[in-house]
Design a protein around this ligand. Sequence first.
Ligand code: NAI
Length: 326
Amino acid sequence: MNIAFFSTRDYEKNTFAELFREASVPLVPSFFEYSLNQDTAHLCDKFDVVVVFVNDKVDAETIKILSNCGVKHIALRCAGFNNVDIASAQQHNISVSRVPAYSPETVAEHTLALMLTLNRKTHKAYNRVREGNFSLNGLLGFTLHQKTVGVIGTGRIGKAVIKILLGFGCTVICHDPIVDESVEQMGARYVPLSTLLQESTIVTLHCPLNESSQHLINDDTLSLMPDGVMLINTSRGGLVDDRAIIKGLKSKKIGYLGLDVYERESELFFADHSTDIIQDDNFQRLTTFPNVLITGHQGFFTQEALDEIAHVTVSNIINRDNLVTV
Ligand code: NAI
């Protein structure tokens, strides 16, 4: 099988190359740094499989080109699949696989890192202490113990977050169209979305991006939240309307904002833009608030998770496991 591997980064290339070499069937990879989209899809002539990541744009037009090139399988080396038009892939008889659960704890731990850093401002303290400034002014936090945290989406990652929060002594309320009894047994309580938004000191998002969840956080839902709420999104950027959160930050409705994802991150993340003029004005505005912490989609980024992603992806390519259908 000839495999085109898109959006390749150094930290993953060696692990994948080794697994491709050791595979039970002959797999011949070509690693490309650029992403897969309508402009690059035509390069897939003579490839049977394409391997893509979160910001490759595998829309209907891209799939049409892939199909004309003879591609038979799209292997996502991530959990979310909102960037692939699954219906189009099915129409063209191209199967799509993903890595559904490589390490939910990895993303959950990063979620907690954002909450704790925003609250106790360790990122600011680090710089102050290095400059000999031991003033505590502006570093005041709140005790997480006994606070109410609202978890939207109680799948694998949401559940891992709930487990950690309960360990901190938080009251956890959650919302998900599918009630999972094991979540209630852990000690969390399902409530309607409006109740969650009204009662939570912290709201954290762990649902997939789809038509029903697009801009779940908007002017209306923000208006239900208490003033000074902490909002965390480690799921997908499109869950949040960035125009609404900028308004919410300016009015102090949002007291803390932690993002690992951003709606138009494909133009920015996973690359060094430190000498570029960034053209996304909303992103740039977000970085100017003192109470906003943004990381560049690194929730998944631990050695353990990378190893698991690589193993499952290669197995998916060979066995066509973990298929996504409409
Ligand atoms: P999962 O499929 O196990 O759970 C998702 C849950 O969300 C399900 O229980 C589902 O019923 C629920 N849900 C769907 N629509 C909802 C809605 N409108 N409101 C509330 N709940 C809703 O997914 P998992 O593994 O927990 O991942 C969640 C998301 O995390 C993924 O879709 C992906 O976008 C994101 N992710 C981010 C990573 C990062 O590096 N920052 C890494 C991996 C995943």
